[in-house]
Structure formats: C-alpha cells, structure tokens
Design a protein around this ligand. Sequence first.
Ligand code: SF4
Length: 211
Amino acid sequence: MEGKAPAEEIVARLKSEYPDSTTALDWKNPLELLVATILSAQTTDVRVNAVTPALFARYPTAADYAAADPAELEEDIRPTGFFRNKAKSLRGMARALVDDHGGEVPRTMEDLVALPGVGRKTANVVLGNAFGIDEGVVVDTHVRRLSNRLGFTTQSDPEKIERDLMQTVPRGDWTVFSHLLILHGRAICKARKPACEACVVNDLCPSAFRV
Ligand code: SF4
C-alpha cells in the first residue's frame, strides 16, 4: 500500500475481490445497452434481463423502435414498470438516433444526453461499458452509500458525488469503480448492516465498525 493513495488502494483491493466486475444487464451492442439502461430505471436488473431477450429479438435496430406500435411496445416492456414513460423514451430516443445519428448510438456525453429519456447516468453507463470511454462515474444508490462511508464524498446529490469521485478516483478506473462499489454494496457493505468484519478495506474505511 506504500505510495498509493487510499482510493487507489481501495480500488485495487476491490478489483482483486471482484475480478469479473461488469454491468449486471445483458446486452450485446451499444443500442441494447442503451435500451436496457433506460428500462432499468426504478426496477431491478433481473426484471430488465427477463424482458430484453424477446425485446431485442423483436426490435433489432433503432428504426424498429422508432416505428414500433406504442401500445405493443408498452406491453413488451410492461414488467419493468413505468412502461408508458419508458416506451415513450425508447421511441423518442430511437427516432433521434435515426434522424440525427444514422441509427447508431453516439459516442459523446453531449450527444447522448440530448436523446429523449437519456440522462448523465445512462450516458455514463453506455460510454463506459459499450465504448470503453471513462467520461464520468455512474452514481446509483450503492455508489452513493459506499462513497460516503468510504469518505470519498460528504454529498448526497448524485451529480455532486460524481464530481467528488472524478477528483478522487483515477480516470481509467471510473467505469469499473461503479461496478466494484455496486458489487461490494450488495455483498458486504449493505445499507442496514454492513459486514465490516468481512470487508477487505476495513483498515482504510473511516466508517468501519461505526455504521
Ligand atoms: S468497512 Fe464497513 S462501512 Fe467501510 S466499506 Fe467496509 S463494510 Fe462498508
């Protein structure tokens, strides 16, 4: 640990602990990841993964979503909840891809957040995972909780947390960092009762045995 900042050491240890960290969503191309991420709002990855095989088979291109019958698309994604809004987002997003980007998913934050239904978090997921571009840090409920416990931030607003993390975590680790914290949050550093005695970073964590 000598010579390493705590953040780098924490990331290194979590990488050893979770060597296969990646997004829990199933996808094979940038469009599928973008669609799955839009569907993942306010629901679990498991529910999203349950509907996407049939969805991706039925709508393989952006043009297919853009031309989709609204009621049929709503039925296709209904189990993910908020299906009317999500169907509207999918159709609007796909229409913009067709009209402005030749049917392809764009590779910049600016272009992604201009798409209907796409915010910074979704754009970070797509850039980091589909294109390997570390443009920001995805802040979900686990990342928010663990970043505070580990002392990387004192903020509760996701955008402010993201800013703090971008200053603390090495840029090349921004994407994997989210995956690591989500996995560690699910396995060990749970919301109600973190298992500090089993945590590989408990000697570096200011909240160890205090939550
Ligand atoms: S030591 Fe405890 S509070 Fe800190 S990261 Fe580990 S489980 Fe969470």
